[in-house]
Design a protein around this ligand. Sequence first.
Ligand code: G6P
Length: 617
Amino acid sequence: MCGIVGYIGNQTAKTVLLEGLRRLEYRGYDSAGMAVYDRDGFNVSKKSGRVANLAMEVGKRELEGSLGISHTRWATHGGVSDSNAHPHVSSDGKIVLVHNGVIENFGDMKRFLLTKGYTFESETDTEALSNLIAYHYEKEGRPTNGFSRFFMAVRKALRHVEGTYGIAALCVDCPEEMIGARKGSPLILGVGQDEFLLASDVSAIITHTSNVVYLNDDEIVSVTRDKFQISTSSELGVDAIIDTVNWKIEDSEKGDYPHFMLKEIFEQPAAIENAMRGRFSDDGSTANFGGWNLSPHELRQIDRILFTSCGTAWHACLVAEHLIERFARIPVEVEYASEFRYRNAPLDKNTLVFVITQSGETIDTLGALREAKRKGYRTLAISNVVGSTIAREADGGIYQHAGPEIGVASTKAFTSQLVIAAMVALYVGRLRDMSFASGVKMVEALKELPDKIGRVLKQNDHIKDIARRYAHYADFLFLGRQSMFPIALEGSLKLKEISYIHAEGYPAAEMKHGPIALISEDCPSVFFASNDEVFHKVISNIQEVKARKGKVILVHAESCDVPEGLVDDAIIFPDGHEAIIPILATVPVQLLSYHIAVERGCDVDKPRNLAKSVTVE
Ligand code: G6P
Protein backbone atom coordinates (compact mmCIF):
# COMPACT_ATOMS: atom_id res chain seq x y z
CA MET A 1 0.00 0.00 0.00
CA CYS A 2 1.13 3.66 -0.22
CA GLY A 3 4.73 4.32 0.73
CA ILE A 4 6.49 7.47 1.93
CA VAL A 5 10.16 8.43 1.75
CA GLY A 6 11.44 11.81 2.89
CA TYR A 7 15.05 13.01 3.02
CA ILE A 8 17.05 15.84 4.52
CA GLY A 9 20.84 15.71 4.58
CA ASN A 10 23.91 16.24 2.42
CA GLN A 11 23.17 13.92 -0.47
CA THR A 12 21.16 14.60 -3.61
CA ALA A 13 17.60 14.04 -2.43
CA LYS A 14 16.36 12.82 -5.82
CA THR A 15 18.76 9.84 -5.78
CA VAL A 16 18.00 8.88 -2.18
CA LEU A 17 14.25 9.19 -2.72
CA LEU A 18 14.24 7.08 -5.89
CA GLU A 19 16.23 4.34 -4.20
CA GLY A 20 13.86 4.40 -1.22
CA LEU A 21 10.79 4.26 -3.45
CA ARG A 22 12.23 1.25 -5.29
CA ARG A 23 12.65 -0.49 -1.97
CA LEU A 24 9.02 0.26 -1.11
CA GLU A 25 7.68 -1.03 -4.43
CA TYR A 26 6.86 -4.36 -2.81
CA ARG A 27 4.16 -2.70 -0.72
CA GLY A 28 1.98 -2.39 -3.84
CA TYR A 29 1.22 0.87 -5.68
CA ASP A 30 -0.03 2.31 -8.95
CA SER A 31 1.75 5.68 -9.26
CA ALA A 32 4.72 7.52 -7.82
CA GLY A 33 5.93 11.06 -7.28
CA MET A 34 8.40 13.31 -5.53
CA ALA A 35 8.99 16.94 -4.59
CA VAL A 36 12.52 18.19 -4.15
CA TYR A 37 13.29 21.55 -2.63
CA ASP A 38 15.61 22.89 -5.33
CA ARG A 39 17.02 26.40 -5.35
CA ASP A 40 14.06 28.59 -4.35
CA GLY A 41 11.11 26.24 -4.41
CA PHE A 42 9.57 22.83 -5.01
CA ASN A 43 10.24 20.79 -8.08
CA VAL A 44 7.40 18.28 -8.28
CA SER A 45 7.23 15.21 -10.55
CA LYS A 46 4.39 12.67 -10.58
CA LYS A 47 3.76 9.69 -12.81
CA SER A 48 1.22 6.90 -12.92
CA GLY A 49 2.69 3.42 -13.28
CA ARG A 50 6.00 2.15 -11.97
CA VAL A 51 8.74 4.02 -10.10
CA ALA A 52 10.80 3.50 -13.28
CA ASN A 53 8.46 5.99 -15.05
CA LEU A 54 9.10 8.54 -12.34
CA ALA A 55 12.85 7.87 -12.53
CA MET A 56 12.76 8.64 -16.27
CA GLU A 57 10.88 11.85 -15.61
CA VAL A 58 13.15 13.15 -12.84
CA GLY A 59 16.20 11.90 -14.75
CA LYS A 60 15.52 14.67 -17.27
CA ARG A 61 15.70 17.34 -14.57
CA GLU A 62 18.76 18.94 -13.01
CA LEU A 63 17.83 18.57 -9.36
CA GLU A 64 20.50 19.17 -6.80
CA GLY A 65 18.38 19.82 -3.71
CA SER A 66 19.08 17.80 -0.58
CA LEU A 67 15.58 18.05 0.91
CA GLY A 68 12.63 16.17 -0.56
CA ILE A 69 9.60 13.96 -0.04
CA SER A 70 8.27 11.16 -2.21
CA HIS A 71 5.47 8.66 -2.43
CA THR A 72 4.12 5.53 -4.02
CA ARG A 73 0.32 5.71 -4.26
CA TRP A 74 -2.21 2.89 -4.05
CA ALA A 75 -5.40 4.56 -5.23
CA THR A 76 -8.27 5.04 -2.79
CA HIS A 77 -9.85 8.45 -3.52
CA GLY A 78 -9.66 9.16 -7.24
CA GLY A 79 -8.44 6.99 -10.11
CA VAL A 80 -4.89 6.22 -11.12
CA SER A 81 -3.58 9.34 -12.89
CA ASP A 82 -0.63 11.72 -12.84
CA SER A 83 -2.75 14.42 -11.22
CA ASN A 84 -4.00 12.17 -8.42
CA ALA A 85 -0.46 10.94 -7.67
CA HIS A 86 1.29 12.55 -4.70
CA PRO A 87 2.84 14.96 -3.71
CA HIS A 88 0.02 17.49 -3.62
CA VAL A 89 0.86 21.18 -3.54
CA SER A 90 -1.55 23.60 -1.85
CA SER A 91 -3.20 25.95 -4.32
CA ASP A 92 -1.22 28.92 -2.95
CA GLY A 93 2.00 26.98 -3.65
CA LYS A 94 3.14 27.09 -0.02
CA ILE A 95 2.83 23.48 1.17
CA VAL A 96 3.66 20.17 -0.45
CA LEU A 97 2.43 16.94 1.06
CA VAL A 98 2.55 13.15 0.67
CA HIS A 99 0.04 11.10 2.61
CA ASN A 100 -0.87 7.50 3.39
CA GLY A 101 -4.25 6.62 4.86
CA VAL A 102 -7.73 8.03 4.38
CA ILE A 103 -9.03 11.44 5.46
CA GLU A 104 -12.66 10.65 6.08
CA ASN A 105 -13.86 14.24 6.51
CA PHE A 106 -12.06 15.59 3.45
CA GLY A 107 -15.42 16.58 1.88
CA ASP A 108 -16.16 18.99 4.74
CA MET A 109 -12.60 20.31 4.63
CA LYS A 110 -12.84 20.88 0.91
CA ARG A 111 -16.13 22.77 1.17
CA PHE A 112 -14.65 24.98 3.87
CA LEU A 113 -11.44 25.63 1.91
CA LEU A 114 -13.34 26.49 -1.28
CA THR A 115 -15.07 29.27 0.64
CA LYS A 116 -11.62 30.54 1.62
CA GLY A 117 -10.48 30.69 -1.98
CA TYR A 118 -8.38 27.51 -2.14
CA THR A 119 -8.71 25.47 -5.31
CA PHE A 120 -8.35 21.77 -6.15
CA GLU A 121 -6.79 19.94 -9.06
CA SER A 122 -7.13 16.32 -8.01
CA GLU A 123 -9.85 14.03 -6.69
CA THR A 124 -7.80 13.06 -3.65
CA ASP A 125 -8.45 13.51 0.05
CA THR A 126 -4.78 14.47 0.45
CA GLU A 127 -5.10 17.72 -1.46
CA ALA A 128 -7.66 18.90 1.11
CA LEU A 129 -5.05 18.43 3.83
CA SER A 130 -2.28 20.25 1.95
CA ASN A 131 -4.68 23.18 1.48
CA LEU A 132 -5.77 23.02 5.12
CA ILE A 133 -2.15 23.21 6.28
CA ALA A 134 -1.64 26.17 3.92
CA TYR A 135 -4.74 27.83 5.36
CA HIS A 136 -3.48 27.53 8.94
CA TYR A 137 0.00 28.61 7.84
CA GLU A 138 -1.31 31.78 6.25
CA LYS A 139 -4.08 32.69 8.65
CA GLU A 140 -2.90 31.74 12.09
CA GLY A 141 0.51 30.20 12.04
CA ARG A 142 3.18 31.70 14.27
CA PRO A 143 6.37 30.25 15.73
CA THR A 144 5.92 28.96 19.29
CA ASN A 145 8.57 27.86 21.82
CA GLY A 146 11.19 27.33 19.13
CA PHE A 147 8.80 25.48 16.79
CA SER A 148 8.36 27.03 13.36
CA ARG A 149 5.21 28.59 11.99
CA PHE A 150 5.13 25.74 9.44
CA PHE A 151 5.27 23.14 12.21
CA MET A 152 2.50 24.84 14.20
CA ALA A 153 0.30 24.99 11.10
CA VAL A 154 0.70 21.26 10.37
CA ARG A 155 -0.06 20.44 13.99
CA LYS A 156 -3.16 22.61 13.93
CA ALA A 157 -4.45 21.18 10.65
CA LEU A 158 -4.00 17.60 11.85
CA ARG A 159 -6.33 18.30 14.78
CA HIS A 160 -9.15 18.56 12.25
CA VAL A 161 -8.46 15.26 10.51
CA GLU A 162 -10.85 12.38 11.01
CA GLY A 163 -9.39 9.17 9.64
CA THR A 164 -5.85 7.92 9.30
CA TYR A 165 -2.62 9.41 8.09
CA GLY A 166 1.09 9.04 7.76
CA ILE A 167 2.44 12.23 6.18
CA ALA A 168 5.58 14.04 5.12
CA ALA A 169 5.35 17.74 4.32
CA LEU A 170 7.53 20.64 3.16
CA CYS A 171 6.92 24.37 3.12
CA VAL A 172 8.24 26.67 0.42
CA ASP A 173 9.41 29.19 3.02
CA CYS A 174 11.36 26.56 5.00
CA PRO A 175 14.24 25.06 3.00
CA GLU A 176 15.65 23.57 6.22
CA GLU A 177 12.67 21.67 7.61
CA MET A 178 10.70 18.51 6.87
CA ILE A 179 7.69 17.47 8.93
CA GLY A 180 6.28 13.98 9.47
CA ALA A 181 3.28 12.79 11.44
CA ARG A 182 1.25 9.64 11.90
CA LYS A 183 -2.09 8.37 13.11
CA GLY A 184 -3.05 4.86 12.04
CA SER A 185 -0.54 4.65 9.16
CA PRO A 186 3.07 3.70 9.86
CA LEU A 187 5.93 6.21 9.74
CA ILE A 188 9.46 5.88 11.00
CA LEU A 189 12.33 8.32 11.26
CA GLY A 190 15.77 7.10 10.24
CA VAL A 191 18.52 8.86 12.18
CA GLY A 192 21.69 8.78 10.08
CA GLN A 193 25.07 10.48 10.05
CA ASP A 194 24.26 14.10 9.13
CA GLU A 195 21.01 13.02 7.52
CA PHE A 196 17.46 12.02 8.43
CA LEU A 197 14.90 10.00 6.52
CA LEU A 198 11.18 9.56 6.96
CA ALA A 199 9.76 6.29 5.64
CA SER A 200 6.81 3.96 5.82
CA ASP A 201 9.07 1.07 6.68
CA VAL A 202 12.63 0.14 7.41
CA SER A 203 13.40 -1.31 3.98
CA ALA A 204 13.44 2.20 2.46
CA ILE A 205 16.17 3.48 4.75
CA ILE A 206 18.26 0.46 5.70
CA THR A 207 21.07 1.37 3.29
CA HIS A 208 21.48 4.68 5.16
CA THR A 209 21.05 3.83 8.81
CA SER A 210 19.86 1.19 11.24
CA ASN A 211 18.93 3.76 13.89
CA VAL A 212 15.21 4.44 13.82
CA VAL A 213 12.49 6.13 15.82
CA TYR A 214 9.14 4.39 15.48
CA LEU A 215 6.68 7.26 15.64
CA ASN A 216 3.58 6.63 17.72
CA ASP A 217 0.06 7.59 16.76
CA ASP A 218 -0.60 11.29 17.28
CA GLU A 219 3.11 12.15 17.09
CA ILE A 220 4.47 14.81 14.80
CA VAL A 221 8.14 15.28 14.11
CA SER A 222 10.02 18.33 12.95
CA VAL A 223 13.27 17.38 11.21
CA THR A 224 15.96 19.92 10.37
CA ARG A 225 19.50 19.28 9.13
CA ASP A 226 20.98 18.80 12.55
CA LYS A 227 18.16 17.66 14.82
CA PHE A 228 14.66 16.30 15.19
CA GLN A 229 11.98 17.06 17.74
CA ILE A 230 8.85 15.08 18.42
CA SER A 231 5.58 16.53 19.75
CA THR A 232 2.02 15.35 20.14
CA SER A 233 -1.27 17.15 19.67
CA SER A 234 -1.22 18.04 23.37
CA GLU A 235 2.49 18.48 24.17
CA LEU A 236 5.32 20.32 22.47
CA GLY A 237 8.60 18.38 22.67
CA VAL A 238 8.42 14.81 24.00
CA ASP A 239 11.19 12.22 24.51
CA ALA A 240 12.10 9.91 21.66
CA ILE A 241 13.56 6.42 21.77
CA ILE A 242 16.06 5.51 19.08
CA ASP A 243 15.92 1.77 18.30
CA THR A 244 18.44 -0.25 16.33
CA VAL A 245 17.17 -2.41 13.49
CA ASN A 246 19.02 -5.69 13.12
CA TRP A 247 18.32 -6.32 9.42
CA LYS A 248 21.14 -6.84 6.99
CA ILE A 249 20.93 -5.08 3.62
CA GLU A 250 21.15 -8.46 1.82
CA ASP A 251 17.96 -9.55 3.60
CA SER A 252 15.99 -7.13 1.50
CA GLU A 253 17.72 -7.93 -1.81
CA LYS A 254 16.98 -10.68 -4.33
CA GLY A 255 20.51 -12.01 -4.65
CA ASP A 256 20.72 -14.60 -7.43
CA TYR A 257 17.01 -15.40 -7.37
CA PRO A 258 14.76 -14.17 -10.19
CA HIS A 259 12.05 -13.17 -7.71
CA PHE A 260 11.78 -12.36 -4.01
CA MET A 261 9.00 -14.93 -3.74
CA LEU A 262 11.29 -17.77 -4.83
CA LYS A 263 14.08 -16.52 -2.58
CA GLU A 264 11.68 -16.42 0.37
CA ILE A 265 10.32 -19.89 -0.37
CA PHE A 266 13.90 -21.19 -0.28
CA GLU A 267 14.63 -19.25 2.92
CA GLN A 268 12.02 -21.24 4.83
CA PRO A 269 14.36 -23.73 6.52
CA ALA A 270 16.35 -20.79 7.94
CA ALA A 271 13.24 -18.74 8.80
CA ILE A 272 11.81 -21.66 10.73
CA GLU A 273 15.09 -22.26 12.49
CA ASN A 274 15.02 -18.59 13.57
CA ALA A 275 11.42 -18.83 14.80
CA MET A 276 12.44 -21.73 17.08
CA ARG A 277 15.89 -20.54 18.17
CA GLY A 278 16.23 -20.43 21.97
CA ARG A 279 12.56 -21.14 22.46
CA PHE A 280 12.63 -24.73 23.75
CA SER A 281 12.97 -25.61 27.42
CA ASP A 282 16.21 -27.20 28.60
CA ASP A 283 14.48 -30.53 29.17
CA GLY A 284 13.23 -30.44 25.56
CA SER A 285 9.58 -30.93 26.46
CA THR A 286 8.01 -27.53 25.91
CA ALA A 287 8.39 -24.07 24.39
CA ASN A 288 9.34 -20.74 26.05
CA PHE A 289 8.44 -17.26 24.89
CA GLY A 290 10.20 -14.19 26.26
CA GLY A 291 7.60 -11.56 25.38
CA TRP A 292 4.49 -13.50 26.28
CA ASN A 293 3.79 -11.32 29.38
CA LEU A 294 1.39 -13.84 30.82
CA SER A 295 2.34 -16.10 33.73
CA PRO A 296 1.54 -19.82 33.62
CA HIS A 297 -0.96 -19.15 36.37
CA GLU A 298 -2.72 -16.43 34.34
CA LEU A 299 -2.71 -18.64 31.30
CA ARG A 300 -4.44 -21.40 33.23
CA GLN A 301 -7.34 -18.98 33.85
CA ILE A 302 -7.90 -18.60 30.10
CA ASP A 303 -10.70 -20.79 28.88
CA ARG A 304 -11.08 -19.56 25.30
CA ILE A 305 -8.81 -18.07 22.66
CA LEU A 306 -9.92 -15.82 19.84
CA PHE A 307 -7.59 -15.54 16.86
CA THR A 308 -8.17 -12.69 14.45
CA SER A 309 -6.25 -11.58 11.35
CA CYS A 310 -6.43 -10.94 7.61
CA GLY A 311 -5.36 -12.74 4.44
CA THR A 312 -2.70 -15.41 4.71
CA ALA A 313 -2.30 -14.71 8.42
CA TRP A 314 -5.98 -15.64 8.82
CA HIS A 315 -5.16 -19.03 7.36
CA ALA A 316 -2.40 -19.34 9.96
CA CYS A 317 -5.09 -18.67 12.59
CA LEU A 318 -7.13 -21.59 11.25
CA VAL A 319 -4.14 -23.91 11.61
CA ALA A 320 -3.55 -22.53 15.12
CA GLU A 321 -7.17 -23.34 15.96
CA HIS A 322 -6.68 -26.93 14.90
CA LEU A 323 -3.38 -27.35 16.76
CA ILE A 324 -4.42 -25.61 19.99
CA GLU A 325 -7.72 -27.45 20.25
CA ARG A 326 -5.98 -30.73 19.47
CA PHE A 327 -2.95 -30.39 21.75
CA ALA A 328 -3.97 -27.86 24.40
CA ARG A 329 -7.70 -28.66 24.53
CA ILE A 330 -8.75 -25.00 24.73
CA PRO A 331 -11.67 -23.90 22.57
CA VAL A 332 -10.49 -21.54 19.83
CA GLU A 333 -12.46 -19.25 17.55
CA VAL A 334 -11.15 -17.56 14.42
CA GLU A 335 -12.53 -14.31 13.03
CA TYR A 336 -11.62 -12.06 10.14
CA ALA A 337 -10.27 -8.92 11.82
CA SER A 338 -12.35 -6.70 9.52
CA GLU A 339 -15.52 -8.44 10.75
CA PHE A 340 -14.56 -8.75 14.39
CA ARG A 341 -13.82 -5.07 14.90
CA TYR A 342 -17.35 -4.02 13.94
CA ARG A 343 -19.33 -7.09 15.03
CA ASN A 344 -19.39 -6.37 18.73
CA ALA A 345 -19.07 -10.09 19.44
CA PRO A 346 -19.88 -11.17 22.99
CA LEU A 347 -16.72 -12.79 24.33
CA ASP A 348 -16.33 -14.87 27.41
CA LYS A 349 -14.51 -12.90 30.13
CA ASN A 350 -11.60 -15.35 30.25
CA THR A 351 -10.88 -15.04 26.56
CA LEU A 352 -7.38 -14.37 25.29
CA VAL A 353 -7.26 -12.43 22.03
CA PHE A 354 -4.44 -13.38 19.67
CA VAL A 355 -3.63 -11.58 16.41
CA ILE A 356 -1.27 -12.85 13.72
CA THR A 357 0.24 -10.33 11.34
CA GLN A 358 3.38 -10.43 9.25
CA SER A 359 3.66 -6.65 8.88
CA GLY A 360 2.19 -5.67 12.22
CA GLU A 361 0.49 -2.76 10.41
CA THR A 362 -2.65 -4.20 8.79
CA ILE A 363 -5.29 -1.66 9.66
CA ASP A 364 -8.13 -4.13 10.24
CA THR A 365 -5.99 -6.31 12.48
CA LEU A 366 -4.89 -3.21 14.38
CA GLY A 367 -8.54 -2.14 14.70
CA ALA A 368 -9.50 -5.57 16.03
CA LEU A 369 -6.63 -5.50 18.53
CA ARG A 370 -7.62 -2.06 19.78
CA GLU A 371 -11.25 -3.09 20.08
CA ALA A 372 -10.26 -6.13 22.14
CA LYS A 373 -8.01 -3.99 24.35
CA ARG A 374 -10.72 -1.40 24.79
CA LYS A 375 -12.99 -4.14 26.11
CA GLY A 376 -10.31 -5.18 28.58
CA TYR A 377 -9.17 -8.47 27.05
CA ARG A 378 -5.58 -9.67 27.25
CA THR A 379 -4.04 -9.45 23.80
CA LEU A 380 -1.06 -11.16 22.20
CA ALA A 381 0.44 -10.75 18.75
CA ILE A 382 2.52 -12.97 16.51
CA SER A 383 4.32 -10.61 14.17
CA ASN A 384 7.34 -10.52 11.90
CA VAL A 385 8.17 -6.83 12.06
CA VAL A 386 9.96 -5.68 15.17
CA GLY A 387 8.67 -2.31 16.36
CA SER A 388 5.54 -2.47 14.21
CA THR A 389 2.41 -0.80 15.56
CA ILE A 390 0.67 -4.04 16.48
CA ALA A 391 3.78 -5.49 18.09
CA ARG A 392 4.01 -2.38 20.25
CA GLU A 393 0.33 -2.14 21.13
CA ALA A 394 -0.39 -5.78 22.04
CA ASP A 395 0.04 -6.70 25.71
CA GLY A 396 2.61 -9.30 24.75
CA GLY A 397 3.91 -10.95 21.67
CA ILE A 398 6.04 -13.40 19.83
CA TYR A 399 8.30 -12.22 17.04
CA GLN A 400 8.70 -14.51 14.06
CA HIS A 401 12.26 -13.49 13.16
CA ALA A 402 11.64 -14.65 9.59
CA GLY A 403 13.55 -11.68 8.16
CA PRO A 404 12.00 -9.14 5.79
CA GLU A 405 9.36 -10.57 3.48
CA ILE A 406 9.30 -8.54 0.27
CA GLY A 407 7.26 -10.72 -2.11
CA VAL A 408 3.61 -9.67 -1.85
CA ALA A 409 2.53 -13.31 -1.67
CA SER A 410 3.38 -14.35 1.87
CA THR A 411 5.47 -17.55 2.05
CA LYS A 412 8.16 -17.76 4.73
CA ALA A 413 6.13 -15.54 7.05
CA PHE A 414 3.19 -17.96 6.79
CA THR A 415 5.18 -21.09 7.58
CA SER A 416 6.97 -19.38 10.43
CA GLN A 417 3.57 -18.36 11.82
CA LEU A 418 2.54 -22.03 11.65
CA VAL A 419 5.67 -23.05 13.56
CA ILE A 420 4.90 -20.52 16.27
CA ALA A 421 1.28 -21.69 16.36
CA ALA A 422 2.54 -25.24 16.94
CA MET A 423 4.84 -23.98 19.71
CA VAL A 424 1.97 -22.10 21.35
CA ALA A 425 -0.11 -25.31 21.22
CA LEU A 426 2.82 -27.16 22.79
CA TYR A 427 3.38 -24.59 25.52
CA VAL A 428 -0.27 -24.27 26.49
CA GLY A 429 -0.75 -28.03 26.11
CA ARG A 430 2.09 -28.72 28.54
CA LEU A 431 0.47 -26.38 31.09
CA ARG A 432 -2.61 -28.55 30.85
CA ASP A 433 -2.90 -32.18 29.82
CA MET A 434 0.02 -32.88 27.52
CA SER A 435 2.49 -35.37 28.99
CA PHE A 436 6.23 -34.87 29.19
CA ALA A 437 6.76 -37.65 26.61
CA SER A 438 4.28 -36.11 24.15
CA GLY A 439 5.95 -32.73 24.63
CA VAL A 440 9.38 -34.21 23.86
CA LYS A 441 8.00 -35.86 20.71
CA MET A 442 6.58 -32.59 19.49
CA VAL A 443 9.80 -30.68 20.17
CA GLU A 444 11.80 -33.31 18.28
CA ALA A 445 9.37 -33.12 15.37
CA LEU A 446 9.66 -29.34 15.21
CA LYS A 447 13.45 -29.53 15.25
CA GLU A 448 13.34 -31.85 12.21
CA LEU A 449 11.30 -29.37 10.22
CA PRO A 450 14.04 -27.31 8.52
CA ASP A 451 15.63 -30.47 7.16
CA LYS A 452 12.29 -31.86 5.96
CA ILE A 453 11.41 -28.60 4.23
CA GLY A 454 14.79 -28.79 2.54
CA ARG A 455 13.72 -32.17 1.13
CA VAL A 456 10.52 -30.67 -0.29
CA LEU A 457 12.50 -27.85 -1.87
CA LYS A 458 14.63 -30.41 -3.70
CA GLN A 459 11.52 -31.23 -5.75
CA ASN A 460 11.51 -27.77 -7.28
CA ASP A 461 12.19 -29.06 -10.82
CA HIS A 462 9.50 -31.72 -10.56
CA ILE A 463 6.97 -29.12 -9.38
CA LYS A 464 8.04 -26.74 -12.14
CA ASP A 465 7.37 -29.48 -14.65
CA ILE A 466 3.85 -30.02 -13.25
CA ALA A 467 3.26 -26.25 -13.26
CA ARG A 468 4.11 -26.07 -16.96
CA ARG A 469 1.42 -28.63 -17.74
CA TYR A 470 -1.27 -26.93 -15.67
CA ALA A 471 -0.54 -23.24 -16.26
CA HIS A 472 -3.16 -22.85 -19.02
CA TYR A 473 -6.18 -23.77 -16.88
CA ALA A 474 -8.55 -20.96 -15.90
CA ASP A 475 -10.02 -22.56 -12.75
CA PHE A 476 -8.68 -24.68 -9.90
CA LEU A 477 -10.07 -26.27 -6.76
CA PHE A 478 -7.93 -26.84 -3.66
CA LEU A 479 -9.28 -29.47 -1.30
CA GLY A 480 -8.16 -30.79 2.08
CA ARG A 481 -9.57 -31.96 5.39
CA GLN A 482 -8.82 -31.08 9.02
CA SER A 483 -5.56 -29.13 9.29
CA MET A 484 -5.16 -29.46 5.52
CA PHE A 485 -8.27 -27.38 4.89
CA PRO A 486 -6.51 -24.09 5.78
CA ILE A 487 -3.64 -25.20 3.55
CA ALA A 488 -6.16 -25.70 0.72
CA LEU A 489 -7.35 -22.13 1.34
CA GLU A 490 -3.79 -20.86 1.38
CA GLY A 491 -2.92 -22.79 -1.80
CA SER A 492 -5.89 -21.31 -3.63
CA LEU A 493 -5.07 -17.79 -2.38
CA LYS A 494 -1.43 -18.10 -3.48
CA LEU A 495 -2.47 -19.22 -6.95
CA LYS A 496 -5.09 -16.53 -7.50
CA GLU A 497 -3.03 -13.64 -6.13
CA ILE A 498 0.01 -14.15 -8.31
CA SER A 499 -1.31 -15.90 -11.44
CA TYR A 500 -4.85 -14.38 -11.57
CA ILE A 501 -6.31 -17.86 -12.04
CA HIS A 502 -9.67 -18.37 -10.40
CA ALA A 503 -9.18 -20.81 -7.52
CA GLU A 504 -11.28 -21.92 -4.57
CA GLY A 505 -10.35 -23.75 -1.41
CA TYR A 506 -12.82 -26.06 0.30
CA PRO A 507 -12.88 -28.80 2.91
CA ALA A 508 -12.62 -31.87 0.66
CA ALA A 509 -15.96 -33.38 1.70
CA GLU A 510 -17.80 -30.07 1.23
CA MET A 511 -17.01 -30.36 -2.45
CA LYS A 512 -20.16 -32.41 -2.85
CA HIS A 513 -22.27 -29.49 -1.67
CA GLY A 514 -21.59 -27.22 -4.58
CA PRO A 515 -18.06 -27.04 -6.00
CA ILE A 516 -18.43 -30.48 -7.57
CA ALA A 517 -20.58 -28.75 -10.19
CA LEU A 518 -17.38 -27.08 -11.42
CA ILE A 519 -15.48 -30.33 -11.91
CA SER A 520 -14.71 -31.16 -15.51
CA GLU A 521 -11.62 -31.85 -17.56
CA ASP A 522 -11.14 -28.06 -17.60
CA CYS A 523 -10.98 -27.60 -13.83
CA PRO A 524 -8.14 -29.43 -12.06
CA SER A 525 -8.14 -30.10 -8.31
CA VAL A 526 -5.22 -29.97 -5.92
CA PHE A 527 -5.82 -32.36 -3.01
CA PHE A 528 -3.84 -32.59 0.24
CA ALA A 529 -3.47 -35.80 2.23
CA SER A 530 -1.43 -37.13 5.10
CA ASN A 531 -1.41 -40.56 6.61
CA ASP A 532 -4.14 -39.88 9.17
CA GLU A 533 -7.64 -41.04 10.08
CA VAL A 534 -9.24 -39.16 7.19
CA PHE A 535 -6.82 -40.37 4.50
CA HIS A 536 -9.28 -42.91 3.04
CA LYS A 537 -12.04 -40.31 3.01
CA VAL A 538 -9.79 -38.03 0.98
CA ILE A 539 -9.12 -40.87 -1.44
CA SER A 540 -12.90 -41.30 -1.84
CA ASN A 541 -13.24 -37.57 -2.59
CA ILE A 542 -10.53 -37.91 -5.23
CA GLN A 543 -12.44 -40.85 -6.77
CA GLU A 544 -15.49 -38.59 -7.01
CA VAL A 545 -13.47 -36.02 -8.94
CA LYS A 546 -11.90 -38.63 -11.21
CA ALA A 547 -15.36 -40.07 -11.98
CA ARG A 548 -16.17 -36.63 -13.44
CA LYS A 549 -13.03 -36.45 -15.56
CA GLY A 550 -11.32 -33.91 -13.29
CA LYS A 551 -7.53 -33.87 -13.28
CA VAL A 552 -5.98 -34.29 -9.83
CA ILE A 553 -2.66 -33.19 -8.35
CA LEU A 554 -2.21 -34.85 -4.96
CA VAL A 555 0.13 -33.28 -2.40
CA HIS A 556 0.67 -36.12 0.07
CA ALA A 557 2.83 -37.54 2.84
CA GLU A 558 5.39 -40.16 1.85
CA SER A 559 3.76 -43.08 3.61
CA CYS A 560 0.25 -42.54 2.18
CA ASP A 561 -0.85 -45.63 0.29
CA VAL A 562 -2.23 -43.90 -2.81
CA PRO A 563 -3.97 -46.34 -5.20
CA GLU A 564 -1.89 -46.88 -8.34
CA GLY A 565 -2.97 -44.68 -11.26
CA LEU A 566 -5.55 -42.75 -9.23
CA VAL A 567 -4.06 -39.27 -9.54
CA ASP A 568 -2.58 -37.47 -12.53
CA ASP A 569 0.34 -35.94 -10.63
CA ALA A 570 1.73 -36.21 -7.14
CA ILE A 571 4.03 -34.12 -4.98
CA ILE A 572 5.31 -35.97 -1.95
CA PHE A 573 6.41 -34.48 1.36
CA PRO A 574 8.16 -36.31 4.25
CA ASP A 575 6.07 -37.91 6.99
CA GLY A 576 6.01 -36.21 10.35
CA HIS A 577 4.19 -35.29 13.53
CA GLU A 578 0.66 -33.91 13.11
CA ALA A 579 1.91 -30.49 14.23
CA ILE A 580 4.29 -30.08 11.30
CA ILE A 581 2.30 -31.71 8.50
CA PRO A 582 0.45 -28.47 7.50
CA ILE A 583 3.82 -26.74 7.11
CA LEU A 584 5.27 -29.51 4.97
CA ALA A 585 2.14 -29.53 2.78
CA THR A 586 2.34 -25.76 2.23
CA VAL A 587 5.73 -25.62 0.53
CA PRO A 588 4.75 -27.66 -2.59
CA VAL A 589 1.80 -25.38 -3.34
CA GLN A 590 3.89 -22.25 -2.88
CA LEU A 591 6.25 -23.59 -5.55
CA LEU A 592 3.37 -24.74 -7.75
CA SER A 593 1.73 -21.29 -7.69
CA TYR A 594 5.05 -19.57 -8.23
CA HIS A 595 5.94 -21.62 -11.31
CA ILE A 596 2.43 -21.36 -12.78
CA ALA A 597 2.57 -17.56 -12.40
CA VAL A 598 6.02 -17.39 -14.00
CA GLU A 599 4.85 -19.65 -16.84
CA ARG A 600 1.96 -17.23 -17.46
CA GLY A 601 4.33 -14.26 -17.52
CA CYS A 602 2.92 -12.63 -14.39
CA ASP A 603 4.77 -10.08 -12.26
CA VAL A 604 5.14 -12.45 -9.32
CA ASP A 605 6.54 -10.03 -6.76
CA LYS A 606 4.17 -7.18 -7.61
CA PRO A 607 0.81 -8.70 -8.49
CA ARG A 608 -1.79 -6.29 -9.81
CA ASN A 609 -4.00 -4.46 -7.30
CA LEU A 610 -2.41 -6.12 -4.28
CA ALA A 611 -0.49 -4.52 -1.46
CA LYS A 612 1.90 -6.17 0.97
CA SER A 613 0.74 -4.16 3.91
CA VAL A 614 -2.89 -3.05 3.85
CA THR A 615 -3.11 0.15 5.81
CA VAL A 616 -6.57 1.27 4.73
CA GLU A 617 -9.88 -0.39 5.67
C1 G6P B 1 -2.20 -8.35 2.49
C2 G6P B 1 -1.05 -9.18 1.94
C3 G6P B 1 -1.19 -10.62 2.40
C4 G6P B 1 -1.28 -10.67 3.92
C5 G6P B 1 -2.41 -9.78 4.46
C6 G6P B 1 -2.32 -9.64 5.97
O1 G6P B 1 -3.38 -8.74 1.90
O2 G6P B 1 -1.04 -9.12 0.52
O3 G6P B 1 -0.07 -11.36 1.96
O4 G6P B 1 -1.51 -11.99 4.32
O5 G6P B 1 -2.29 -8.47 3.92
O6 G6P B 1 -1.11 -9.00 6.28
P1 G6P B 1 -0.37 -9.08 7.66
O7 G6P B 1 0.83 -8.20 7.49
O8 G6P B 1 -1.32 -8.56 8.68
O9 G6P B 1 -0.01 -10.50 7.90
